[in-house]
Design a protein around this ligand. Structure first.
Ligand code: SF4
Length: 372
């Protein structure tokens, strides 16, 4: 097996769609009782009929999460480095065809943003940028990691797909996790959402987690943009991807995120609406299928949903997020990638977590444990 692409090509979107529709309640019940769950069980948990078992699934999710992760929620905040981007993505405010003011943080600006995050108690920072290799490429990222490393215990990165060698350099520089989302696994329509730029190459993106795994990155984050295509089918493929990666790169840890399409300037409306109940079912499906998977909930979600999900499967949450470069201090008015929904401060989120009987964790991992 050379990469996930070879594996992926054995599956058909429409076959998975019809399988999901044919799942019966007894299929779901049998899967819930199995000791070792497979990807077929995940498909059953994801099916429309499984919504009838949501209460049971939510209880199992709560128990399994507490058993594996304790009553803890890791907190992190994104730090947007740049909104420059060479791609057209029909759902993103940073898209090349959006005539917005472009901004990339200088070293000084980066440190000002970092100091605001530090003053909020943030110890885990997620570096985010658009995809503009010439201005915001590997050298820019290495410099940013070098500058930030003394101040943050945990640095994750969510930028354009890179080469294996570039991931190795990030790993050597102390990057803990790399996040890369396929957005949709529906290959036939992928190009309609990504008409221009390197991101329109479906397979290059699909093979990115393999390069991350080969580079020995400690943790990988995957997900799909919920709202583009049928969330059930897309989530099946996302889980299939994680399942494959866990077997190939078993030393890495894995996390999944659930970005639901949010409003932003000049973007499309969601094609598929996903309700809060649907999202809860999806989170439960992941947890019951895979007890080790980290589950991350961003500020795209509203306050009520985030309050409830603390005890229902979440292991990590972002808080007080700004989704524009300079958004914390140096250029508060620059364009956001998307509107956040939960705008509460870091302290407010910590208090909500404590009120739910959980511990907010600002740092749960140290470089010393993984030998970086
Ligand atoms: S989703 Fe990423 S690649 Fe696409 S336009 Fe936005 S920043 Fe650029």
């Amino acid at each position: 097996m050379k990469s996930f692409k070879d594996f992926f090509e054995k599956y058909e979107w429409n076959d998975i769609k019809s399988k999901l529709e044919k799942v019966t309640l007894s299929d779901v019940e049998m899967s819930l009782q199995k000791k070792n769950k497979t990807i077929e069980d995940f498909l059953n948990f994801l099916s429309p009929v499984a919504a009838k078992k949501l209460e049971v699934m939510a209880k199992m999710t709560q128990q399994l999460t507490q058993k594996r992760f304790g009553k803890t929620i890791q907190l992190y905040a994104p730090l947007y480095l740049s909104n420059e981007c060479q791609n057209i993505c029909t759902y993103c405010g940073f898209s090349l065809d959006n005539s917005i003011k472009r901004k990339t943080l200088s070293d000084t600006e980066l440190m000002i943003e970092a100091s605001v995050l530090k003053s909020m108690g943030v110890n885990h920072v997620l570096l985010v940028s658009g995809e503009a290799n010439k201005t915001v490429g590997i050298d820019y990222f290495l410099n940013a990691v070098h500058l930030l490393k003394p101040y943050f215990a945990n640095i994750s990165i969510e930028v354009q797909p890179l080469s294996e060698e570039e991931y190795q350099r990030l790993h050597d520089a102390g990057v803990n996790a790399v996040l890369v989302y396929q957005e949709t696994y529906h290959q036939e329509v992928y190009k309609e959402y990504h008409p221009k730029g390197k991101k329109s190459n479906f397979n290059f993106r699909l093979e990115t987690p393999d390069r991350i795994g080969k580079a020995g990155i400690h943790k990988m984050g995957l997900g799909v943009l919920l709202g583009l295509e049928d969330w059930r089918v897309d989530s099946f493929f996302n889980a299939l991807h994680i399942d494959y990666l866990q077997k190939q790169y078993w030393k890495s840890r894995y996390s999944v995120s659930f970005p639901r399409l949010r409003p932003a300037e000049g973007i499309i409306e969601p094609n598929f609406i996903m309700s809060d109940k649907d999202l809860l079912q999806l989170i439960c499906a992941y947890r019951i299928w895979n007890e080790d998977l980290e589950i991350s909930i961003s500020t795209r979600e509203n306050e009520k949903f985030r309050n409830n999900i603390i005890s229902l499967g979440a292991t990590a949450m972002s808080a007080a997020s700004k989704t524009n470069p300079g958004g914390y201090a140096v250029d508060k008015e620059s364009l956001e990638q998307f509107e956040t929904s939960d705008e509460r401060s870091m302290n407010e989120i910590k208090n909500i977590i404590k009120k739910a009987g959980y511990d907010p964790i600002m740092k749960d991992w140290d470089a010393v444990y993984s030998g970086i």
